[in-house]
Design a protein around this ligand. Structure first.
Ligand code: DAH
Length: 337
């Protein structure tokens, strides 16, 4: 075969070899014992002397040319390989680490926890009750008889099993007094349900926190001091509490509890609708019928109770303007806490 042709073919194959193994194959094909260059050399034996000399030196040139090509290509491939391996193993200690994503408490859990801490520090025990409740505990025992218009205050989810989803945490006043002899101080945080259309300030599910204190001599003044102290600590501000008469069947007298506006401090702003006050809770002195229904003798004890919504407090604390965000599952919202 023509040495020039061999040279061209080999050159092409060398440049196309994409790794050392392939390059070795090409080397064998041309330089091996049975390789193409050897077979041309062998054919020289049968040639006339001048021809042999001419062709011989041509083959030698091709050989040394191809050797060179091989060596170049081999070192190129080796370098590539080393670079690739090196990149894989190289450790750059100056690269900033990847921060593991750690979850955080849901804002409602946070607020609930904080409320519990504050009340616990004032001697209140945290207790819980069932979300599926009987009409007796949710209404009757709380002095809300079957046909009392007050039942209309709560749009209730009635269940097929004869129970209902509690509309407030107040049933636990009865449940606890049934099993515990006063004096007592408890709070009952828990989820409650109301059949309501949702909007930025209404949800059909919310977390309430009930409070109850029973002793021989307990007054509304005690309640005011406790609740004001609580809000001062919760908002870390000099909050004032205000009680105004209100009606709840399970208390007498009943109060509407407002606090001085956490935004303007009472001067009047858009949040408090220029009144300087924000309504936050219902409360009152425990009604004699409630004591009776819990198995206590009304004349023996005095007590007060209150209830407020955790969502409301969280919205004030974190300046959240839509209650539906809490249960939206939107991580952009949740990641901020
Ligand atoms: N249970 C009431 C509600 O859901 C809130 C409430 C008002 C609780 C007065 C009380 C209370 O303990 O004394 O609206």
């Amino acid at each position: 075969m023509d040495p020039e042709l061999i040279k061209e073919n080999a050159k092409k194959e060398i440049s196309e070899a994409e790794n050392l193994e392939k390059l070795n194959g090409v080397l064998k094909k041309y330089f091996g014992k049975e390789g193409e260059l050897n077979s041309v050399l062998k054919s020289l034996l049968s040639m006339p002397p001048e021809e042999r000399i001419r062709l011989g030196s041509q083959i030698n040139e091709v050989k040394s040319f191809l050797r060179n090509q091989f060596d170049q290509k081999a070192s190129e491939l080796k370098k590539n390989l080393e670079e690739r391996n090196g990149r894989k193993e190289k450790i750059d200690v100056s690269v900033p680490g990847k921060k593991p994503r750690v979850g955080t408490l849901h804002p409602l859990s946070r607020v609930k926890k904080r409320c519990e801490e504050i009340f616990q520090s004032m001697g209140f025990e945290v207790v819980e009750g069932p979300e599926m409740e009987s009409e007796w505990y949710n209404f009757d025992a709380l002095n809300i008889p079957h046909d009392h218009p007050a039942r209309d205050l709560w749009d209730t989810f009635y269940l097929k099993n004869g129970l209902l989803l509690r509309t407030h945490t107040s049933p636990n006043q009865i449940r606890y007094m049934e099993n515990h002899q006063p004096p007592l101080r408890i709070i009952v945080p828990g989820t409650v349900f109301r059949h309501e259309a949702t909007d930025p300030s209404h949800e059909f599910q919310l977390i309430q926190l009930e409070g109850l204190m029973i002793d021989k001599k307990v007054s509304a003044a005690n309640f005011k001091a406790i609740i004001e102290g609580f809000f001062k600590r919760f908002f870390n501000k000099n909050i004032k509490a205000r009680l105004r008469p209100d009606f709840f069947p399970f208390v007498e007298p009943g109060f509407d509890v407002s606090i001085s506006c956490v935004v303007c401090g009472g001067k009047g702003c858009s949040v408090c609708k220029k009144s300087g006050w924000i309504e936050v809770a219902g409360a009152g002195m425990v009604h004699p019928n409630v004591f009776k229904n819990a198995g206590l003798i009304p004349g023996d004890w005095q007590g007060w109770a209150f209830g407020f919504g955790i969502e409301r407090l969280a919205m004030m604390k974190y300046k959240i303007n839509d209650i539906r965000l809490f249960r939206s599952g939107d991580l952009r919202f949740l990641k901020q806490f």
